[in-house]
Design a protein around this ligand. Structure first.
Ligand code: SAM
Length: 319
């Protein structure tokens, strides 16, 4: 018997701190319809875990923490990113198939996170499907209001491709601190998207102020601030000076976990052992207190892979 529940549209929007009314008011009815189409074409189905399954899943995370050796932002990671994206670039340059750009770290697993719990997804591609729906949410809810979108730490460039495909009038600029993503974007620009895509090397820990953000622009980071081992102050300063019209972060946020549940407590251990960035939310709230920025939305989406919630949303703008 099929006992899977489907995540409904109201619930999905609430995870992002949004409602249908606000979506339409801040974007348009047409954009909302476009988003709904993608949402209904990509159903997200799951069931709850039994107590035994839940215990075994938490044990799996604890064992991962024990065995894990990855450390974010260590010098050896530069080559790992370079080699990983270069593999994607080489396949894509030959095949011209966007599927060859799928990040190799995209997890294929049924045990994922939703609503602050571990759940069993009907499809092992749940996370990939969720990312597609989330991309389209950002595109129609936010990016469609601007002439330019910049992504920092764009890696595989899948966010740039989806945005360029869905919004034929937007100009895009992708940056990363290693060269292969820039090479991927050059291919995309000349072969697919008619000079709508610019690209540059950019180290978020040491921003290049020669890269000026154009008027009428929004910026995105998606799993990129997490990689800075909390050294994001210079990047935020760069944004404060350049004043994009809107800044959107899709990132794991340490401060969103609580100390009062077993799963959150274990997840905080995973997050800090890897040395993923922490404190971004608190920093932005401080800047808001000092009247330098407005935080428009900051929501724990509570969706993620087995090991952590990587897709929280924070939206802000310089005052
Ligand atoms: C987890 S991947 C996310 C890629 C892409 N944003 C996505 O959503 O698929 C993290 C990205 O951050 C980039 N990165 C790591 N450290 C960086 C730094 N100091 N400056 C800029 N990018 C960095 C990596 O090369 C990689 O592309």
């Amino acid at each position: 018997m099929n006992n899977y529940k489907k995540i409904g549209i109201k619930k999905f929007l609430s995870l992002l701190g949004d409602t249908e009314k606000d979506f339409i008011k801040n974007s348009s009815a047409e954009s909302y319809e476009n988003f709904l189409k993608v949402f209904y074409e990509n159903p997200l189905r799951y069931r709850s875990l039994t107590r035994e399954e839940e215990k075994s899943a938490i044990l799996q995370i604890l064992k991962k923490i024990d065995a894990d050796t990855q450390k974010i932002a260590e010098p050896y990671r530069v080559k790992e990113w370079e080699d990983g994206w270069n593999e994607n670039y080489t396949s894509f340059a030959q095949s011209k198939d966007f599927n060859d750009l799928t990040p190799k770290f995209t997890r294929v697993q049924n045990l994922v996170r939703f609503d602050k719990n571990i759940i069993y997804a009907e499809s092992e591609f749940f996370e990939k499907t969720f990312v597609k729906v989330l991309q389209n949410y950002l595109i129609y809810r936010y990016f469609s209001n601007y002439k330019n979108m910049y992504e920092f730490g764009c890696g595989s460039c899948i966010n740039i491709i989806e945005t360029a495909t869905k919004l034929p009038n937007i100009n895009l600029h992708g940056t990363d601190f290693v060269a292969p993503p820039v090479n991927i974007l050059r291919e995309l620009n000349s072969n697919f998207f008619k000079n709508r895509i610019e690209s540059s090397l950019f180290d978020m820990m040491n921003p290049d102020y020669n890269l000026k953000i154009k008027e009428n622009s929004c910026i995105l980071t998606s799993g990129a601030i997490e990689q800075l081992a909390s050294k994001y102050d210079k990047f935020i300063d760069y944004l404060l000076l350049n004043k994009p019209d809107l800044c959107i972060h899709i990132e794991p946020i340490y401060e969103f976990y609580s100390d009062d549940t077993l799963l959150d407590f274990v997840t905080k251990k995973f997050h800090s052992q890897r040395n993923y960035s922490s404190g971004l939310y608190n920093k932005l709230k401080e800047l808001e207190k000092d009247e330098k920025i407005n935080v428009i939305t900051a929501n724990r989406t509570s969706i993620g892979s087995l090991n952590m919630e990587g897709y929280n949303i924070i939206v802000w703008r310089v005052t």
